[in-house]
Design a protein around this ligand. Structure first.
Ligand code: DOR
Ligand code: ZN
Length: 430
């Protein structure tokens, strides 16, 4: 029996403050004043209560690169960022393309117990794009894989993609595509545009993403399958998605915090901390992505949290690996780019950070309403709190944050996973 009393929070930032009483992981009372002598009390005066965040796109690097992140350190970062479920991408070493690896990741996540760790299964064997992995075996394993992706690489062959959509439709799971036509991005280092040309960096054109998204939307419509598009980075992709959705395509899409905030002006720093795939686009793209997320053309925010070792980032641009940390900075970036400018209210934050991703991945007990009888899987946010990002202080082993030294608004004060406090006042607790 555990009892937690959250005092004085405003669910979704609406109405008067209320107390939430949690017993054995379930919200059992919500009222203006609740008393419980035996409870662990969380003073939530001035805080906004939201459903726990769900990240459809996290790189936890275990197995294989435990020098940059482990399931344990990544789980800490997730809990501190307000997350209660994360999807661990399959581009580990060995690749998560079979039941043994996905079950290992799932089990290790349960042992750590800070956040629900759902392994993503690879679409193709070894991420090679040639032969479908055993999707059914992974879906029916103990890990119950619900999302399949070759992320880091694109499922480029249209016939392999069609077969993947046919299998996933039958299994009622979803392919998450990293949309990048490899023939158009060979050697690419940065967004193809004026700046990359002037700096002498080989370009990654917007059309390499947009053409794959258009193709896959048409394939998904043809097959009748669901499709999820990873890290949308261009205005043109948002336009393709708007069109596809208007035609009844079962497509969902995510956008990263960095593509909402940053743009290719960062190239001028020559600092590879800004190198990411897909690359940072133009300021006009970022503006269009913010509008598309607010409108619902883009469904959710996903971090693409991508830890890298110092030696793989503190080197010349062309040799650096793409990717940046994201779990602990996602909410502040959303507050900064969408809430404070008035594009999204806290209901909207709940939608893009929790409810939609939980629906896309069909998680039955995440993204639930804050109501009596529902699981106490919650994030408590201080809307006026501010903090200064220091890579070395983040819970991840790696420190590659592009927000170093920035003061950001919106702090996660506590995270609860089915009534268990997993983070509180900047400390992961389990
Ligand atoms: O920037 C990225 N980093 N994009 C990807 O698609 C893969 C990821 C990684 O694994 O580091
Ligand atoms: Zn990717």
């Amino acid at each position: 029996m555990s009892t937690v009393l959250v005092k004085g929070a405003r669910p979704y930032g609406e109405g008067d403050p209320v107390d939430l009483l949690v017993r054995d992981g379930v919200i059992v009372a919500i009222a203006s004043s609740v008393a419980a002598a035996d409870a662990e009390v969380i003073d939530a005066g001035g805080l906004v209560a939201l459903p726990g965040f769900v990240d459809l796109h996290t790189h936890l690097r275990e197995p294989g690169r435990e020098d940059t992140e482990t399931i344990e350190t990544g789980s800490r970062a997730a809990a501190l960022g307000g997350y209660t479920a994360v999807f661990a991408m399959a581009n580990t070493d060995p690749v998560a393309d079979n039941a043994v690896i996905v079950e290992h990741v799932w089990r290790r996540g349960r042992e750590v117990g800070l956040v629900d760790v759902h392994p993503v299964g690879a679409v193709t064997v070894g991420l090679k794009g040639e032969k479908l992995a055993e999707l059914g075996t992974m879906a029916n394993s103990a890990a119950q894989v619900r999302l399949f992706s070759d992320d880091g690489l694109c499922v480029a062959d249209p016939l392999i993609m069609r077969r993947a959509l046919e299998y996933t439709r039958a299994l009622d799971v979803v392919v998450a595509q990293h949309a990048e036509e490899p023939r158009l991005t060979s050697g690419a280092q940065a967004h193809e545009g004026e700046l990359a040309a002037r700096l002498g960096l080989a370009g990654w054109p917007a059309v390499a993403e947009e053409s794959i998204v258009a193709r896959d939307c048409l394939l998904a419509l043809h097959v009748g399958a669901r499709l999820h598009v990873c890290h949308v980075s261009t205005e043109g992709t948002a336009e393709v998605l708007r069109w596809a959705k208007s035609r009844g395509t079962r497509v969902s899409a995510e956008v990263t915090p960095h593509h909402l905030l940053l743009d290719d002006e960062r190239l001028r720093t020559y600092d590879p901390v800004n190198k990411v795939n897909p690359p940072l686009r133009t300021a006009a793209d970022a503006r269009a992505l913010r509008a598309a997320l607010a409108e619902g053309v883009l469904d959710c925010v996903a971090t693409d949290h991508a830890p890298h070792a110092a030696q793989d980032k503190d080197c010349e641009w062309s040799a650096a690996r793409p990717g940046m940390l994201g779990l602990q900075t996602a909410l502040p970036i959303v507050v900064h780019t969408l809430v404070n400018p008035g594009l999204l209210d806290w209901r909207g934050v709940a939608r893009v950070m929790s409810e939609r991703p939980a629906e896309i991945a069909r998680l039955p007990d995440q993204g639930r309403p804050i109501a009596v009888g529902e699981p106490a899987t919650l994030t408590l946010v201080d809307p006026v709190g501010r903090w200064t990002v220091r890579g070395a202080e983040l819970a991840s082993i790696a420190a590659n944050t592009p927000y170093e030294g920035m003061e950001l608004p919106g702090t996660v004060v506590a995270t609860l996973l089915r009534g268990k406090v997993t983070a509180r006042d900047g400390k992961a607790t389990a």
